[in-house]
Ligand binder design. Structure first.
Ligand SMILES: [Fe+2]
Length: 156
């Protein structure tokens, strides 16, 4: 089952960004699957790296558009983006280090967690769900909707 399902309640009414958000949802769901089905460090690492790269591209597009429109909350919005990129980059580093056996690592902890608590939590992706799923949905619903409303009718 996908972690996030895109629907109209997530629309910022700017086609380009709705499309990019859908792509992010797809990538987060892929990543969720790689962890849920324990596809191994390398697959998780590669999938997460793709997400990091695409997230940076998408944020750049949004920020360029907001700047062009002289959006008053640009700096606060950029700060949210920056913090999220820092988090997922650290997550990627932790997973990649694990894949090289530098330490036992983060993904194994997630898998252990799944083995111990799967009944209560339903999947190992509880952490990812919290970090990725709720972050994206909350960010789109709050910060992105705000620019959507303020810049209604403008297109990048
Ligand atoms: Fe944003």
């Amino acid at each position: 089952m996908p972690l996030i399902t895109w629907n109209d309640t997530l629309s910022v009414k700017i086609t380009k960004f709705d499309e990019e958000h859908k792509e992010l949802v797809k990538m987060i769901n892929n990543l969720h699957d790689t962890v849920t089905y324990a596809q191994g460090f390398e697959v998780v690492s590669r999938t997460l790296k793709e997400l990091v790269n695409y997230t940076q591209t998408h944020f750049k597009h949004e920020e360029e558009f907001l700047q062009k429109c002289n959006y008053s909350e640009l700096e606060a919005h950029k700060e949210e983006h920056r913090k999220f990129v820092a988090k997922i980059t650290m997550l990627w580093c932790a997973i990649t280090l694990s894949s090289n056996d530098v330490d036992r690592g983060f993904v194994e902890q997630i898998f252990d967690f799944q083995r111990k608590y799967s009944r209560e939590l339903n999947s190992s992706a509880a952490y990812l769900q919290d970090l990725l799923g709720s972050w994206l949905v909350n960010h789109v619903r709050k910060a992105d909707m705000k620019y959507g409303a303020a810049l209604h009718g403008k297109q990048p």
